[in-house]
Design a protein around this ligand. Sequence first.
Ligand code: ZN
Length: 280
Amino acid sequence: MRRTALKGWILSMKLFDAHMHCFPQKLAARALAGMSKTAGVPYFGDGTIETTTASMNQWGVDKGLFLHIATKPGQMHNVNNFAASIQSDRIFCFGSVHPYDEDVDQEIDRIAELGLHGLKFHFDYQGLMVDDPKMDAIYRRLSAVGLPMTLHAGWDPYSPQLVHAPVDKIARIADRYPALTIIAAHLGGMKRYEQVLHLLAGRENVYLDTAMCAQYCPRDLFLQIVQKHGAQRVIFGSDCPWDTSDREAQYISDCGFDEETQRAIFHDNLAKLLKIEEKA
Ligand SMILES: [Zn+2]
């Protein structure tokens, strides 16, 4: 009974999912099957924007931020063109650069020109550490142009033995680049929540998305991290298609936050960060 009541509560609230993925139609099936096999994790839906949008309607998700990643040099142009092609009044995208590409600076400018809202990095897939010297020029550029970045933070099933964006290094990057807005995915460090609480939480230029917390984050740690970091810099995310938005939303709804805090986490914090004006 309680669950049903909370479901109704969620649906009365606007949801803006900060961490979603989709792929071009002709690549989606292969991409999802490949990643699912390598990482040993299941997925939901078929990874296309059409099916994902239908799922958003079903889950009561008003808007989605789709994060795209150039996993190999040479891909970033196509990745960013695809991202720009699917944007709408409810679909927002972060583009990507590959740090080993030559013309990264120009591509960051092009990302801004295309109307994309930021960049996503996944260092496990891109094959370098979050504090690799190659990243310095990129962090400086993003700080200068004012584009936020989401980075996969903490453990990842793709590279379980080597964490490419460990919590302590993310904290140091945040301190070194105070004008850089970092959205540290997975509450700042998947399966590294104790470290997030002690080493990362509380920084002004860091947002934490909640992707995958329903699967991995113990509730008491989640609450302690939100308390210390400040709910105004916590943003709801699911990591769809690796989990569903409604399941991840239920986890947050079950935390017992007051209505104002829920509205902030579920929608308003991200809308403000991306400067999205609501149509009257
Ligand atoms: Zn993700």
